[in-house]
Design a protein around this ligand. Structure first.
Ligand code: HEM
Ligand code: HEM
Length: 122
C-alpha cells in the first residue's frame, strides 16, 4: 500500500512538471516568441533578478523543484532497488535518497529565496 502511494505520487507530479517545466522552457529558450525578448536578455543576471522578485515565481519554482526532485529521486531509488539488496541495504538506500533529496531541495530553495530577496545595489 505504501509503495503504491509513493509510486502514484511519482506519476501524479508529472502534470506539474510538464506545465512548470514547459513555462520554464518558454522563458529560457523561447523568450523571443513569448516575451518579445532575446534569449541572451532573458538569461541576463539583471533580468533574472527582476523576475526573481515575483512571489508567484518563488512559489512555482519551489513547486517545480519539489515535484522534479521527488519524481527523479523516486525513479533513481527504483533503479537502485532492482539490485539484489539485503533489507538493511535497501533501508540504507532509502535513507540516503531522502537525505540527498532534502539536501538538494534546501540548496534549490535557498537559490530561489536568494534571487527573491536580492537587493539591487547591495
Ligand atoms: C514532463 C516530464 C517528464 C515525464 C512525462 C516523465 C515521465 C516518466 C515516466 C512515465 C516514468 C516511468 C514511471 C514508471 O513506470 O514507474 C518515468 C521514470 C523516471 N523519470 Fe521521469 N518524466 C519526466 C521528467 C523527469 C525529470 C525532470 C527527471 C529527472 C529529475 C526524471 C527522472 C526519472 C527517473 C530517474 C525515472 C525512473 C526510470 C526507470 O525506472 O528506469 N523524469 N518518468
Ligand atoms: C538549458 C536549460 C535551462 C536553463 C537555461 C535554465 C535556467 C534557469 C535560470 C536562469 C534560473 C533562475 C531563475 C530564473 O531566472 O527564472 C533557473 C531556475 C530553476 N530551474 Fe532552470 N534552466 C534550465 C533547465 C531546467 C530543467 C531541465 C529543470 C528541471 C527539471 C529546471 C529547474 C529549475 C528550478 C527548479 C529553478 C528554481 C531555482 C532552484 O530551485 O534552484 N531548469 N533555471
Amino acid at each position: 500500500m505504501r509503495e503504491t502511494r509513493l509510486w502514484s505520487l511519482h506519476i501524479l507530479v508529472l502534470p506539474i512538471i510538464a506545465v512548470l517545466l514547459g513555462a520554464h522552457f518558454a522563458v529560457m529558450h523561447y523568450a523571443p516568441v513569448f516575451y518579445g525578448m532575446s534569449v541572451e536578455k532573458a538569461r541576463e543576471f539583471s533580468t533574472m533578478i527582476e523576475r526573481g522578485k515575483s512571489i508567484t515565481q518563488l512559489v512555482l519554482y519551489i513547486l517545480l523543484l519539489a515535484a522534479g526532485l521527488y519524481h527523479g529521486m523516486y525513479g533513481v531509488r527504483g533503479i537502485i532497488r532492482e539490485l539484489p539488496l539485503t533489507p538493511t541495504l535497501a533501508k540504507l538506500v532509502d535513507v540516503g535518497i531522502i537525505a540527498f533529496g532534502l539536501f538538494i531541495f534546501a540548496l534549490g530553495t535557498y537559490v530561489t529565496w536568494w534571487t527573491y530577496s536580492y537587493k539591487i545595489g547591495g
